[in-house]
Design a protein around this ligand. Structure first.
Ligand SMILES: Nc1ncnc2c1ncn2[C@@H]1O[C@H](COP(=O)(O)OP(=O)(O)O)[C@@H](O)[C@H]1O
Ligand SMILES: O=C(CO)[C@@H](O)[C@H](O)COP(=O)(O)O
Length: 498
């Protein structure tokens, strides 16, 4: 029996997962690293940390593996999207990576629209310009760190850099390239026109391959450090949301995913390359060849809950923090939360909006606030579900993954707010499972991606919407939606105090 490894380079941690060819998950190791937030709106990480922690995690995995390392035939990646890694001529990292949730680039967003025009950007890239996307970060470095930008030879996305360090080969793949604003999404090639319009040399875009393409094998140094075999084939992998979709079996029309990690996404499979959503949602290449997906993004989904925990219950686990959740009524006794801790993307592309608790009462306890946080995160995702439904998509069941799927009560809240049946996976491994599936499919262990997902994915419990709860949440959702408009100006005016 052969084995494969999926590496998920997340925002909070790297997770490596070892799976057997028959779909059995053998082991998982996770190593966390810090987020560097030197000032409001900034979010960076040191790429060296990703490499060190991945090697440590792989070593731990191999140390506990009681079969021949040479039977681990393939390894692939899932990665946090959009982060900018800049390399010089010697392939050395020029600065910390500027991440997807860094919102310093509002001015650069404006410049892109001024130079290229919104219609052209949408036509070429199928996406609106948002602070999170890589091109805005390239322009920020060009403007604020020109000497450093001059030295840039190539840019990479986070997991593409990690793969380079493990194999010595430089590539990107379509699902992650789609989040840069430099890819012609429908045609699957870097856009010379976008590069020219915004003043970025086309030569710094890395070669593109398919997600299941083999890009080489591990370097002898990495094999030595981890105990893996030098013959282990390495496959390109995909953006974390594309991998999350693969790992949840979202590979045909009509399937929808809700993923609550640091960010939160509602994602829908899309066969066609030419639907028009006017930039209201993201439109990216899937990890399945020639397929696409659309998604709405809440920047601080799981992050809102972990921020709340770190700030008010640092020494407690999530389960301790959320004990007693079921005793708090729907609406947290009149308390609403908006999850705009670092700004928002869908449906309000706004980097200056910030969170609110509305309706704080002297009787409120910490657990009421915790319930309001969970409900607010889920309302924010419901705004994306609403966009999909308004575009004609039928959403009656949703696969829920990510850290947010660990709490049963939250899964029921999702069912009631989305008014859809929520399905949980038996092995909640998130995008790392999708990466392992890409490695298994790429290695030729299966004849098709579908055969591979059927072997690896096992569904568990489902949660049906409770009509009485749905009705209450529909009323609350109308109030929730008012909070953005009514706090926008206040937040703009508060900006100078941040
Ligand atoms: N036991 C739990 N109950 C509820 N939520 C949880 C639990 N454990 C983790 N989470 C949520 O999941 C988030 C982390 O999800 P994860 O998928 O691991 O994130 P990422 O891939 O972005 O690093 C945390 O921020 C937290 O909000
Ligand atoms: O920016 C996006 C998607 O456009 C995020 O979804 C990132 O890809 C980070 O994901 P997590 O660390 O939350 O999984």
């Amino acid at each position: 029996m052969n084995y494969v490894i999926g590496v998920d380079l997340g925002t909070s941690a790297v997770k490596v997962l070892l799976a057997r060819q028959d779909g059995e998950i053998i082991q998982e190791v996770s190593k966390s690293y810090p987020l560097l937030q030197p000032q409001t709106g900034y979010s960076e990480q040191d790429p060296e940390e990703w490499v060190e922690k991945t090697i440590e995690a792989l070593k731990e995995l191999v140390d506990h593996f009681d079969d021949e390392p040479s039977k681990i035939v393939g390894l692939s990646f899932s990665g946090q999207m959009h982060g900018l890694v800049l390399l010089d001529d010697n392939k050395n990292v020029l600065r910390n990576s500027i991440l997807w949730n860094d919102t310093r680039t509002t001015e650069q967003c404006k410049q892109i629209y001024d130079r290229a025009g919104r219609d052209k950007v949408l036509k070429i890239t199928k996406n609106p310009v948002l602070e999170g996307f890589t091109l805005t970060k390239l322009l920020w470095v060009k403007e604020h760190e020109p000497d450093l930008f001059e030295k840039a030879n190539v840019f990479l996305l986070p997991k593409d850099y990690l793969r380079y360090r493990l194999t010595g080969h430089i590539h990107s793949e379509y699902s992650d390239a789609a989040g840069t604003l430099l890819l012609e999404v429908a045609e699957k090639r870097w856009s010379e026109e976008m590069c020219e319009l915004v003043g970025i040399p086309h030569s710094i875009c890395p070669p593109l391959v398919e997600s299941h393409a083999c890009v080489g094998t591990l370097t002898s140094e990495v094999a030595g450090l981890t105990g893996l075999s030098e013959s282990t084939q390495v496959f390109a992998g995909a953006a974390d949301n594309a991998c999350g979709a693969i790992g949840a079996g979202i590979i045909s029309n009509g399937s929808t995913l809700c993923s609550i990690g640091t960010s939160g996404v509602v994602l829908s499979y899309e066969e066609s390359k030419d639907r028009d959503f006017s930039g209201d949602i993201h439109y990216f290449n899937h990890a399945q060849e020639d397929a696409f997906y659309t998604m709405g993004v809440t920047l601080s989904a799981g992050y809102s809950l972990s921020w709340f925990k770190e700030t008010f219950a640092a020494s407690e686990s999530f389960d301790q923090l959320l004990a007693g959740l079921a005793d708090v009524p729907i609406g947290a006794k009149g308390l609403l939360f908006t999850p705009y801790l670092v700004g928002e993307r869908t449906p309000h592309a706004d980097s200056s909006i910030r969170s609110s608790f509305i309706g704080i009462d002297a009787a409120h306890k910490r657990i009421d606030f915790a319930r309001a946080v969970l409900e607010g995160i889920t309302f924010s995702l419901q705004e994306s579900v609403e966009i999909f439904r308004n575009s004609g998509k039928k959403i009656d069941h949703i696969i829920s993954i990510g850290g947010g799927a660990k709490n049963e009560m939250w899964l029921q809240i999702q069912a009631d707010i989305f008014n859809a049946t929520i399905v949980k996976l038996a092995n909640e491994q998130g995008p790392a499972l999708g990466a392992a599936i890409l490695a298994a499919y790429g290695s030729g262990l299966f004849n098709s991606l579908e055969e591979c997902t059927n072997t690896f994915i096992k569904y568990d419990k489902s949660y049906d919407p409770i009509p009485e709860n749905v009705e209450k949440y529909e009323r609350l959702f109308l109030l929730y939606k008012k909070v953005y408009e009514q706090t926008k100006q206040l937040n703009d005016e508060l900006m100078s105090f941040r």
